[in-house]
Design a protein around this ligand. Structure first.
Ligand code: TYD
Length: 135
């Protein structure tokens, strides 16, 4: 049974008077050891990014600013859509999830990743992804 993507609500420490802090800690509220952090920004509003899946990589993705929409599909064809519209919402994406991503004009995506960057870990061809079975 493959895992499916899901929203994780992270705690907000603080108040609307003073502002908030949200914390991600490996193997506490993040279910893997964080090997890499990257952020994506200045994405034009009409651009669709993603268009790939990963063989091994797990991620938690935040919209630290703006709104980010995900259309996902797992290797068994289950489709789920998600909207990140608050900095304390993380989208957990297990391995083997195809995703398309749309950004609002002011969006900044922050990703916590379980592996270092490796282009060999990507499926960039949808048909190749759908034909893959690793068990
Ligand atoms: P990609 O993961 O396809 O981004 P998105 O899901 O936002 O469309 O990566 C875009 C390009 O950046 C691709 O050429 C690979 C490169 N890249 C790195 O070199 N290192 C990294 O850690 C990441 C995430 C991407």
């Amino acid at each position: 049974m493959y895992k499916t993507p899901q929203i994780i609500e992270f705690n907000k420490i603080g108040s609307s008077q003073l502002g908030f802090i949200t914390v991600a800690e490996a193997q506490k509220n993040v279910p893997f050891k964080i090997e890499r952090v990257y952020w994506t920004y200045y994405i034009p509003q009409d651009i669709i990014r993603g268009g790939h899946a990963h063989k091994k990589l797990q991620q938690i993705i935040f919209a630290v600013s703006g709104t980010i929409e995900f259309n996902t599909e797992d290797i068994e064809g289950r489709k789920f859509d998600f909207v990140l519209d608050s900095p304390n919402k993380g989208l957990y994406i297990p391995k083997l999830i195809w995703r398309d991503i749309r950004f609002s004009h002011n969006a900044v995506l922050l990703c916590l990743a379980s592996e270092q960057y490796n282009e060999q870990d990507y499926f960039r061809d949808y048909t190749e992804f759908k034909n893959y079975k690793n068990d």
